[in-house]
Design a protein around this ligand. Sequence first.
Ligand code: PEP
Ligand code: MN
Length: 349
Amino acid sequence: MIAVLKNNATEEDKQKVIDLIEELNFEAHPNTGVEKTIVGVIGSPDNRTFLKEKLMTMNCVEKVVVISDPYKLTSWNFKQHKTVIDLGDGVKIGGDELTVMAGPCSVESREQILETARIVKAGGAQLLRGGAFKPRTSPYSFQGLGEEGLKYMAEAREETGLKIITELMDIEHIDVIMEYTDVIQIGARNMQNYSLLKAIGKLDKPVMLKRGMSATIKEWLLAAEYVMNEGNHDVILCERGVRTFGEETRNTMDLSSIPLVQQLSHLPLIADPSHGTGRWELVTPVARAAVAVGADGIMVEVHPDPQNALSDGPQSLKPANYNLMMDELRAIHKTLGSFKAREKKIAFA
Ligand code: PEP
Ligand code: MN
C-alpha cells in the first residue's frame, strides 16, 4: 500500500503519516520526489483496511493505493522518478549518461590492475571492476587476492579517479569490502542468499545485484526488495544472462529482460555481456544490443593480456577492442537519448 501526500503536505504532515503507520506496526518507507511525497507501507495484510481508512481521514493524504503486485519498493508505484545513484565526482548511475564499469574479472597483481585501470579510464569508463574475493566454480581455481587486491584497486582509484565496484561474497567480509569499495557487487550465485541481502540492506553503500543464473525476473526483483526493505534503496540491477540448454555460449543473455525490468522498476539496470556470452567476440555486439534496448550501462571484462588471465580470459576484451566498443556504445546511446527519455515516461504511465 502507498499513501500519496498532497502537494502542499509539510514535513510535519509526513511525520504524522509515518507515526500512524508505525503505531499500527507497519513499516513506513517515505520517498520525497520533486512533485510529491509518497509513503510506502509494508506489513501484514491483517490490519491493512483499518490503516487505509485512518490514512484517508488525514487532511494531508491525497490518496491511498493498495498495491497487489509483488513488487513494492522496486516498483514505479513507489517512486515516480528513475533512481539515480550519485557516486560523487560527477559519476551517476541511472541518469542521462551511459555508465560503464570495466576491468578484469579478477585483480591478479598491482601492475595488472593499474594498467587495466589506465586503459579503461582512457576509453571512457567511470567505474573499475575487479574481483578480490572470487566465487569460482572449482575450489582449485584462483580464488582472488582478498584484501591485497582491494588495496591495489584503491590505488588505481587514487591514480585514475575511477570509482570501484567489487564483489562481496560473505557477511564476514563486509567490513573489509566497505573500507575500499564504492559499489558492492552481489554475484549471481548469491542473488538468493537472503541473509547476505538483509545484511547489505543495512549498509550505507550502493549495491549492484546480479541476476541469479536461474532466476526469474520476479525472483530477481524480490531479491532487490530484500535489500531495500532493510533501508538501503541504492540498488542497481545487473542482467548477466541465465542458463539455458545451449552450450555454445556460457549463458543466454536475456535482452528482453532489460526493457521489461525498466517498465517494472525505477532502479538502474546494467547489462553484463561478458558473463552473458562467455566469448569475447560476442561481447561487443551484445553490448550494442543491450544499450539499444535501454540498459543504463554496461559491465564489461577487459584484460591487457586475456590469454594469460587467471579467470575469464576467453570473455575478456583486449584494450583495442574495448576502445572500439566504447566508441560504438557512445554513438548508440547518443542516438537513443530522447527515445530513452520517452520510454521512461511510458514505464511510469
Ligand atoms: C563477476 O562479475 O566476476 C561474476 C562472478 O559474475 P556473476 O556473479 O554474474 O557470475
Ligand atoms: Mn568474470
